[in-house]
Design a binder for this molecule. Structure first.
Ligand code: F6R
Length: 247
C-alpha cells in the first residue's frame, strides 16, 4: 500500500481530485468507482472547480457508486443517488446514462445486486475506485463480519454505522437498516484503489487497515493484498502510523 499524508482535509481533497483528474485526462472514457459520505465532499468540490476552470471533461466517464440504502431513491434527500447529484453529477458534464448507483427501491433486492455486479463487468470493470473508511474499518457498507463478501449484496447495517450516519437524518430511527453494497470482491477487482481518510476518529481504522491482521473483522485490511492501493490521509487520520510507513 502506498500511503500519502497531507497537512489538512483541504490538501487531501486537492490531491485526491488531482489523481482522479489525471485518470480522466489520460483515459477520458475511464470507469470510476465513487463513494459518498463526508470524506469525499472536498474532492468532489475540487473536481467541479477543475471542470469549470480547467476544462476537465467528464462526458465520456462512466461511474459506479459503492452503495445505496435499501428503501431510498433519488427523490429522497438522504439517498446516495441524491447525494451524488448534489455533490457532483449535476455540476459537471457527466452523461447521466453513464452514472450508476444501486437501486435501493428495487422490488427484488437480490436481483438488483446481481444486475449491478454484472453491469460493472459489462462496463469493463472499475479503473479507479475511491473509498472512504468507517470507524470500524468498513469499506462500502462491508461491515466487520466473519467472511469477506465477494459480490454486490444486501447488508444489515451495524448499530455503530447507523449511529454514525444518523447525523445525515432527522432522527436515528429514520436511518435505513439495510443497504446494497459492492462486495469486497467487487472492490478488489478495481485496477486502482484510492482510500481517503481524515480526522482523528479514523486513525484506529487506518492503523488496522495498514498494519493489522488481514481479517473480515477489519474489512479495509484486505486492501493490503491489492497491488495498486493508495491511502491518502490527513495528519490526524495518520497519527497512529509509524513514520516509516508513510511516503
Ligand atoms: C460511502 C461508503 C462508506 C463511507 C464511510 C465513511 O459510500 O461507502 O463506506 O465511505 O462510512 O463515511 P464518512 O466519509 O462520512 O466518514
Amino acid at each position: 500500500m502506498r500511503i500519502l499524508v497531507t497537512d489538512s482535509y483541504e490538501a487531501m481533497s486537492r490531491e485526491a481530485a488531482k489523481i482522479l483528474a489525471g485518470q480522466i485526462w489520460l483515459w477520458p472514457d475511464t470507469v470510476l468507482g465513487l463513494a459518498t459520505g463526508s470524506t469525499p465532499v472536498g474532492m468532489y468540490r475540487e473536481l467541479i472547480r477543475l471542470h469549470r476552470e480547467e476544462g476537465l471533461d467528464f462526458s465520456q466517464v462512466t461511474s459506479f457508486n459503492l452503495d445505496e440504502y435499501v428503501g431510498l431513491g433519488p427523490e429522497d434527500d438522504q439517498s446516495y443517488q441524491a447525494f451524488m447529484h448534489a455533490h457532483l453529477f449535476d455540476q459537471v458534464n457527466i452523461d447521466p446514462a453513464r452514472t450508476h448507483v444501486p437501486n435501493g427501491k428495487a422490488e427484488d433486492i437480490e436481483g438488483e445486486c446481481d444486475r449491478y455486479e454484472k453491469a460493472i463487468g459489462e462496463a469493463g470493470g472499475i479503473d479507479l475506485q475511491v473509498l472512504g473508511i468507517g470507524r470500524n474499518a468498513h469499506i462500502g457498507f462491508n461491515e466487520p463480519d466473519d467472511h469477506f463478501a465477494r459480490q454486490t449484496h444486501r447488508v444489515a447495517l451495524k448499530e455503530s454505522t447507523i449511529r454514525a450516519n444518523s447525523r445525515f437524518f432527522e432522527r436515528e430511527a429514520d436511518v435505513p437498516r439495510y443497504a446494497i453494497s459492492m462486495g469486497i470482491g467487487t472492490i478488489l477487482k478495481a485496477r486502482r484503489i484510492l482510500l481517503l481518510a481524515n480526522g482523528r476518529e479514523k486513525a484506529q481504522a487506518v492503523y488496522d487497515a495498514v498494519l493489522g491482521d488481514i481479517t473480515p473483522e477489519h474489512p479495509a485490511s484486505i486492501l493490503q493484498f491489492h497491488p495498486q492501493a493508495m491511502l491518502l490521509l490527513d495528519r490526524e487520520a495518520a497519527s497512529l502510523l509509524p513514520e516509516r510507513s508513510k511516503v
